[in-house]
Ligand binder design. Structure first.
Ligand code: AMP
Length: 660
C-alpha cells in the first residue's frame, strides 16, 4: 500500500502556506491555485460560495460585513468578533474553511492520499490547540498531529543547513532561539537540537501581538496626519479605518525596503498623500517592538541561559522582515540573526518534515529518527479555596515550561466529614488569582464512599500529553476508588456541531451560504450588535459544560470540598521518576516527566459545581419571585384603586373616563 504524502500546513493569522515532502525526501512548498506561495487567511462568505485567499482579500473593502480575517487570533473565543450573514460563527469554522481551500490546493498537486501536520504558536493553550484540530476536522483533513511553530522552524533550519541526517537526527548539539513574529501572534522559544532529540527548553509569547498591530498603529498615524491637515476625522469611521489598515500593510512592506512610503487617503471628498519615513514608523511602533524584546529576555531567563549559550537565532514570520526586528535582536544578543532560512516558508517546511517522520514511525516501528520534547507553555492548576483566608486561589499543579509529557500527582484532603463529591475546576495561567486565568474545564468527582472523615487524603493527578492534551485522575488513599475524570471543556465543539459546520463550510452547488446558516440555526438573521454570549441559537450553546442530568446534584449543605497540601517551599522535594510513555496513535513518545508532590500546608478547599449551579438557580428564582411580586402587587393596586373609585363615584363610567 502506498504511503500517504506527508504535508505540513502553516495556518497563519494573515497568510497560510503549505509544504510537502518531495520524491527526494526534501520539503517543498505547495503553490496555491494562483501559483502563489502564500494564501491570505481571509474568508469571504458570498451568497452562494465561500471564497478564501487573494480573491477574498480583494473584495474585503466592498463587503466588510461578510469578511472574516485574522480569525486565528480569535481562536479559543466562542464566536468570531463580527457576525457573518447576521450569524455568529465560531473562529474554528472560519479556519476550517481556510483549511478546506488549502486542502484543495494540496490535492491538485499530490492527490487525495495525504496526511497533514498543522502548526500552532508554541504559546497556544490547550483549548486553542483543540480548536485548531477541530478546524482541521471541519475541513476534512486527515490530521497526524499539531506541532509547535518554533519546533517546525528548527526542523526546517536543521534540514536547510544539512544539520539533520536523512533520518532526521541532529549531528551535534546546538541551542537555537526562534523569534517568531507573524501577522497576529508572537512567540519566542529556545530549542536544543541534539543527536536523537529536539527539546524545547522554554517558550513564551503573546497571541495578541503581530504585524497586524504595526498596521493598526500605522493606520492611526496616517489618520492623525490627515486630521491635522484637513480637520477631517477618519478614525471614528470604522469602515474607512478597516480599509486604511489594509492599505497601509503595503506601505509597511515598502518601508522594509525603502526609507519612505506614501499612503493615499480620500475621505469626504478630500484626497491627500501622506508620506511616512521609516524612522518615523519605527518610533511610533517602538512600544510593540519593546514588548517582544521583553518576552525574549524573559524566555532566556526561564531557560536558565544567557546569550553566550545560544548558538543561532532564527527569525520566523513575515514581520521579522521589518529591519527594526533584526536590529533589536542584534543589539540585545550581539548575535547576528540567521538569514539562511526563508521566514515565510520555514514553519510549513518543518511541519512537512515532522509529518514525514511521524508517518515513518507509524509504518516502521524500528525507525526512531528523534524525539521531540515540548514544554507546557502555561501553568495548569486547580481552583482552590485557601482554608485560612477562604480566598480562592489558582493552585498550580503543572508549572509552565515543564517538559512534556508530564504527570504530576498532588495530595489533597477532604474538608468536611461525610463529604460525597468534589469539583475539580481546571485553570490555565500563571496568576494565583483564578479570575485572571482561563478556565479550561471542570469535572465533578461524585459518589465518594460514605462516612469519610474530615481531612481524608485524595490525590489528584494531571497527565499532560506531548500533544498538550490534559487528563485528570482522582484517587482516594488506601481505597480502590480511582476515577479518571472526563474533563468537560468549556468551549469544546461536539462531533454533531463539527459535522454541521463541515456541511456549512462546504456548500453544494447552488446552495446559498446564508440559507445554510439560517437553516442550520432555524432562525432568521440576528442583530449584528447582539453580544455573542446572548445568541441563543448557535450550536455552541449546547456545549457549555453543565452537570449531567443523569447524575443528580448532591444535596446542598453537604458541600463537597477537598483541602490541598500546597506545593510550597516547605514541601518535600519532588521525586522525579522516569517511565516510558506510550501513546497508541503516536508510538513511543519521550520519557514522561513524573512528579509526586507531597505537602501539608497551607490547605485549600475546592469550589463546587453544586455551589456554582445552586447560585445560578437561586439567582433565577430570586429574579422570578421579584417579577411575580411586581406583577401581583401592581394588579392588587389597580384592583383596590378601581374598587375605591367605584365606591366613591358609583354612577361614573370609568372606562369612558380612562379613554379620555
Ligand atoms: P506570517 O503570519 O508569518 O505570514 O506573517 C504575516 C505578517 O508579515 C503580515 O503582518 C505581513 O504584513 C508581514 N510582512 C510580510 N512581509 C513583510 C515585509 N516585507 N515587511 C514587513 N512586514 C511584512
Amino acid at each position: 500500500m502506498a504511503t500517504p504524502v506527508a504535508i505540513g500546513i502553516d495556518l497563519g493569522t494573515t497568510y497560510s502556506i503549505t509544504a510537502r515532502m518531495d520524491e527526494q525526501g526534501r520539503s517543498a512548498i505547495v503553490r496555491n491555485l494562483h501559483g502563489d506561495l502564500l494564501t491570505p487567511s481571509v474568508v469571504f462568505f458570498d451568497d452562494d460560495e465561500i471564497v478564501v485567499g487573494k480573491a477574498a482579500k480583494k473584495v474585503a473593502h466592498v463587503h466588510p460585513d461578510r469578511i472574516a480575517e485574522c480569525a486565528k487570533r480569535e481562536i479559543g473565543n466562542r464566536y468570531y468578533s463580527r457576525p457573518i450573514h447576521g450569524q455568529q460563527i465560531p473562529p474554528e469554522a472560519i479556519l476550517g474553511s481556510i483549511l478546506s481551500r488549502l486542502k484543495e490546493d494540496i490535492q491538485d498537486v499530490v492527490g487525495s492520499d495525504f496526511k497533514a501536520v498543522v502548526t500552532v504558536p508554541a504559546y497556544f493553550d490547550e483549548p486553542r490547540r483543540k480548536a485548531t484540530a477541530d478546524a482541521a476536522q471541519i475541513a476534512g483533513i486527515d490530521l497526524i498531529d499539531i506541532v509547535n511553530e518554533p519546533t517546525a522552524a528548527a526542523l526546517a533550519f536543521g534540514e536547510q543547513l544539512g544539520y539533520l541526517t536523512a533520518g532526521g537526527e541532529a549531528r551535534e548539539t546546538i541551542r537555537v532561539l526562534v523569534y517568531d513574529l507573524g501577522g497576529g501572534t508572537f512567540d519566542v522559544t529556545v530549542i536544543e537540537l541534539s543527536p536523537g532529540n529536539i527539546q524545547t527548553l522554554a517558550t513564551d509569547g503573546d497571541v495578541q501581538l503581530g504585524g497586524r498591530d504595526w498596521d493598526l498603529l500605522l493606520a492611526k498615524h496616517v489618520a492623525e496626519q490627515f486630521h491635522s491637515r484637513h480637520r477631517i476625522d477618519v478614525a471614528s469611521d470604522a469602515a474607512v479605518m478597516d480599509n486604511l489598515v489594509r492599505a497601509v500593510e503595503e506601505s509597511k512592506h515598502t518601508l522594509s525596503l525603502r526609507d519612505h512610503a506614501t499612503v493615499r487617503l480620500e475621505h469626504q471628498g478630500v484626497a491627500d498623500e501622506i508620506k511616512i519615513g521609516r524612522s518615523e514608523f519605527e518610533k511610533i511602533s517602538q512600544g510593540l517592538l519593546e514588548r517582544t524584546a521583553f518576552t525574549t529576555r524573559q524566555v532566556l531567563t526561564a531557560a536558565g541561559l544567557t546569550w553566550q549559550d545560544i548558538s543561532r537565532i532564527l527569525l520566523v514570520g513575515g514581520s521579522t522582515r521589518m529591519p527594526m526586528v533584526p536590529a533589536m535582536i542584534e543589539q540585545l544578543s550581539h548575535i547576528s540573526p540567521d538569514r539562511s532560512i526563508n521566514p515565510d516558508e520555514a514553519v510549513a517546511r518543518g511541519a512537512a518534515l515532522f509529518a514525514s517522520y511521524q508517518l515513518k514511525k507509524r509504518t516502521d516501528q524500528s525507525a526512531t529518527p528523534f524525539q521531540v520534547t515540548d514544554v507546557s507553555a502555561h501553568s495548569l492548576g486547580i481552583q482552590g479555596i485557601q482554608q485560612d483566608t477562604l480566598r480562592r486561589e489558582n493552585v498550580i499543579i503543572i508549572p509552565r515550561n515543564t517538559p512534556l509529557p508530564a504527570q504530576v500527582t498532588r495530595p489533597f484532603v477532604t474538608q468536611t466529614a461525610n463529604q460525597n463529591s468534589v469539583v475539580v475546576l481546571v485553570l490555565e495561567g500563571e496568576s494565583s488569582e483564578p479570575g485572571l486565568c482561563s478556565q479550561i474545564g471542570h469535572s465533578v468527582l461524585r459518589h465518594l464512599p460514605a462516612n469519610l472523615p474530615q481531612g481524608y487524603p485524595v490525590s489528584i493527578t494531571f497527565s499532560y500529553g506531548s500533544n498538550a492534551r490534559l487528563s485528570v485522575e482522582a484517587a482516594l488513599a488506601n481505597m480502590d476508588h480511582r476515577v479518571t475524570i472526563e474533563l468537560q471543556r468549556e468551549r469544546d465543539m461536539s462531533s454533531e456541531e463539527l459535522g454541521l459546520w463541515r456541511q456549512i463550510m462546504d456548500p453544494k452547488d447552488g446552495t446559498l451560504v446564508a440559507d445554510l446558516l439560517h437553516e442550520a440555526f432555524g432562525v432568521g438573521t440576528q442583530n449584528a450588535s447582539t453580544p455573542a454570549q446572548e445568541q441563543p441559537t448557535s450550536p455552541r450553546d449546547s456545549t457549555i459544560a453543565e452537570q449531567p442530568e443523569t447524575e443528580p446534584a448532591s444535596p446542598i449543605g453537604n458541600t463537597s470540598r477537598l483541602s490541598h497540601g500546597s506545593p510550597s517551599s516547605e514541601t518535600s522535594a519532588p521525586e522525579n521518576i522516569s517511565t516510558p510513555y506510550t501513546d497508541a496513535a503516536m508510538g513511543t513518545l519521550p520519557t514522561m516527566h513524573t512528579e509526586q508532590m507531597a505537602g501539608t500546608s497551607p490547605t485549600f478547599s475546592f469550589d463546587t459545581a453544586i455551589d456554582h449551579k445552586d447560585r445560578r438557580r437561586q439567582a433565577i428564582i430570586r429574579r422570578t419571585i421579584f417579577i411575580f411580586g411586581h406583577v401581583i402587587s401592581s394588579a392588587i393596586g389597580l384592583a383596590v384603586g378601581y374598587y375605591i373609585l367605584c365606591r366613591l363615584r358609583p354612577d361614573a363610567d370609568f372606562l369612558h373616563l380612562f379613554s379620555q
